[in-house]
Design a protein around this ligand. Structure first.
Ligand code: SAH
Length: 351
């Protein structure tokens, strides 16, 4: 038997080609696209403007992939919600909904687990399982919309995994989610966050993608950065900063540097001075994130230290934001996403 086409793995152009191959009129592609990504339906029978005969054809030759939440954990303090998904092969991933005033940010995973081994991150401790497929990324957004009953204003690829080690799928997923006739999340409201895979940053720059880019910097010396983030041994700071600078020059966009503040490790006045020197000349924003407990070896910098650090780098004239921890109480804050394999047995897929 021929395997059915997974419609959610197709970009709009590919859907058009697929529709063409069935002998149907091109406008069917727009109709189906709108059902999938605007109306967010998960059954062909819901496509009410499509003739029953073509619905049957679709049913026989294609399918609509969908994800259902296995578990939702909510924080009453911040209204942040963490959603656990089970993939077809039994692996688990998580997404987070972060409301903030009028902003509704969806944070999605790009890999199951992560290979990068950052010492402060809970996902790293799981190890790497696999790259997510395009439809597994887009469905995190669509399914959150269906289950939370809201649409995102912003999308960040800051969940589990390293987006730039799943480059092609990530770009395809964003092409789909950005499409104006579908989910239509504006490119200025989409941020890819990388730990610093330099060749991928260079490729991203060359290909001139419109989404915002963030780099997890987290240290001001190679020694400290390599001890926290093994990726730094392969792509040390000067190489990384050169790639970041080239990106800003080519894209005419600021780049965001995320900086997780860990007490006495990367939060000293010397660190602030070095950071100033490093970032001078790079159009950027700096996002200081209080370290969220995941590893007993590290402690979060106290607020006084974080504010002093922010003040010390103020002359950079880069906007500095402090990320208040959203979802720390439900282990949904930065670096706290981790799923345990054992949980598969506790949870029934239909729950
Ligand atoms: N792999 C990508 C995206 C996932 S991490 C990357 O490295 O950018 C998203 C952000 O969370 C990164 O900036 C990372 O430095 C930060 N982070 C990881 N663990 C954290 C923790 N325990 N507390 C606070 N921030 C953390």
């Amino acid at each position: 038997m021929m395997s059915k086409t997974n419609l959610k793995s197709l970009t709009f152009n590919e859907l058009q080609e697929w529709i063409h191959s069935t002998g149907e009129k091109p406008f069917r592609a727009s109709q189906i696209w709108s059902w999938l990504y605007q109306k967010n339906i998960v059954e062909f029978s819901g496509m009410t403007n499509i003739a029953r005969s073509f619905q049957t054809h679709l049913h026989d030759h294609a399918f609509i992939y969908s994800l259902s939440p296995v578990k939702t954990t909510g924080s009453s303090a911040t209204r942040t919600q963490k959603i656990l998904w089970q993939l077809e092969d039994g692996l688990h991933i998580e997404s987070v909904f972060i409301p903030d005033g009028h902003r509704r940010t969806f944070c999605i995973s790009t890999q199951a687990g992560c290979a990068m081994g950052c010492g402060f991150c809970a996902t790293a401790a799981m190890g790497f399982q696999r790259n997510l497929h395009v439809h597994e990324m887009t469905e995190q957004v669509l399914s959150m919309q269906r289950h939370l009953g809201i649409k995102p204003t912003n999308l960040v690829l800051m969940g589990m995994g390293e987006p730039f080690l799943n480059y092609d799928n990530v770009i395809r997923a964003l092409t789909i989610l950005n499409n104006a006739e579908g989910t239509a999340i504006g490119h200025r409201r989409i941020t890819i966050s990388t730990c610093g895979i330099v060749p991928a940053i260079e490729r991203y720059t060359r290909e001139n993608h419109p989404y915002k880019l963030a780099i997890s910097l987290n240290a001001t010396t190679d020694e400290t950065r390599s001890s926290l983030m093994p990726v730094n041994r392969k792509y040390p700071l000067n190489t990384l900063l050169r790639a970041a600078e080239a990106y800003t020059r080519q894209s005419h966009k600021r780049i965001t540097f995320e900086y997780v503040m860990i007490r006495n490790l990367n939060d000293t006045p010397e660190d602030a001075r070095r950071l100033m020197r490093m970032l001078r000349g790079i159009p950027c924003k700096v996002n200081l994130i209080g370290y969220n407990a995941t590893n007993p070896d590290f402690t979060r910098s106290d607020d006084k230290r974080i504010h002093a650090f922010a003040e010390a780098i103020a002359p950079l004239s880069a906007p500095v934001t402090l990320r208040l921890s959203k979802g720390d109480d439900i282990q949904a804050a930065c670096g706290q996403l981790a799923t345990k394999q054992e949980s598969a047995t506790e949870l029934s897929p239909s729950a």
